[in-house]
Design a protein around this ligand. Structure first.
Ligand SMILES: Nc1ncnc2c1ncn2[C@@H]1O[C@H](COP(=O)(O)OP(=O)(O)OP(=O)(O)O)[C@@H](O)[C@H]1O
Ligand SMILES: [Mg+2]
Length: 220
């Protein structure tokens, strides 16, 4: 492995998976092999007797190498609720996540780890996504959904990443709302408020073309 990043967001549903897939295509466009990991997923369906999550399946499908589902998603909970509730009978153990992550690092040049919810979303009764990211000791990429309230959410999440002692490698502006007013001004305001590079602006797109979205990213 050459590099790995932890992908977080200002909330659930902000485009972490979309941004992770765009980053995966960005890596592939540069001739790198890449794997996506979704260590904790709540909201699964049974497929051939195994619980599987849509985000994890997408990350698996877009990887440049074949990876066993269980390796990239060790915690797959049925209920689409907070992992500390969905996983009450099988709570997240961070050392297991770390072991799976370490196994993935030998399989590709780049490993991208998508969080669940936002930075302080609980993964068990004692720990949050922030603890999981700290355990993996990864630089963090923050996805911001450009919608009303995003400036506050971006600044809060950015501060919280720093408070966890992790480096923010950059942020991605994801335009999830085609009706958003003053979108460019919001992006500019966040850009000035954060001391970390803007890695790309992902436009609203339906259906999505991940090779196109990858070309909106600039990551040195
Ligand atoms: N740039 C975009 N253009 C159009 N739709 C988008 C865009 N980004 C995200 N969406 C849509 O918004 C929804 C949320 O995106 P996504 O699943 O990537 O969020 P997430 O942060 O990964 O959510 P979760 O917390 O469940 O993991 C999805 O339905 C996705 O298709
Ligand atoms: Mg997701």
């Amino acid at each position: 492995m050459e590099a790995a990043y932890f992908i977080t967001g200002t909330d659930t549903d902000v485009g972490k998976t979309v941004a992770t897939l765009a980053l995966m295509h960005y890596a592939k466009q540069r001739g790198k092999t890449v794997i996506g990991m979704k260590p904790v997923a709540a909201g699964c369906e049974l497929q051939n007797g195994q619980l599987k999550n849509q985000d994890a399946l997408l990350l698996q499908a877009h990887a440049s190498v074949q990876v066993d589902y269980e390796l990239l998603n060790p915690y797959a909970y049925l209920a689409p609720v907070s992992p500390h509730i969905a996983g009450a009978n099988n709570p997240v153990v961070l050392n297991k996540v770390l072991a799976h992550f370490n196994a993935l690092t030998s399989l590709a040049d780049i490993v991208l780890v998508e969080g669940a919810g936002g930075w302080y979303a609980p993964v068990n009764d004692q720990q949050s996504i922030s603890d999981l990211a700290q355990c993996l000791a990864l630089p963090v990429i923050m996805v911001v959904a450009i919608r009303l309230g995003c400036i506050n959410h971006a600044r809060l999440t950015y501060q919280a990443i720093h408070a966890s002692g992790l480096i923010c490698a950059g942020w991605i502006a994801n335009c999830t709302d085609p009706t958003m007013l003053n979108r460019d001004e919001n992006i500019t305001t966040i850009k000035h408020a954060l001391n970390t590079p803007l890695l790309g602006i992902l436009p609203y797109q339906q259906p999505m073309d991940f090779d196109f979205l990858a070309r909106q990213i600039q990551f040195s």
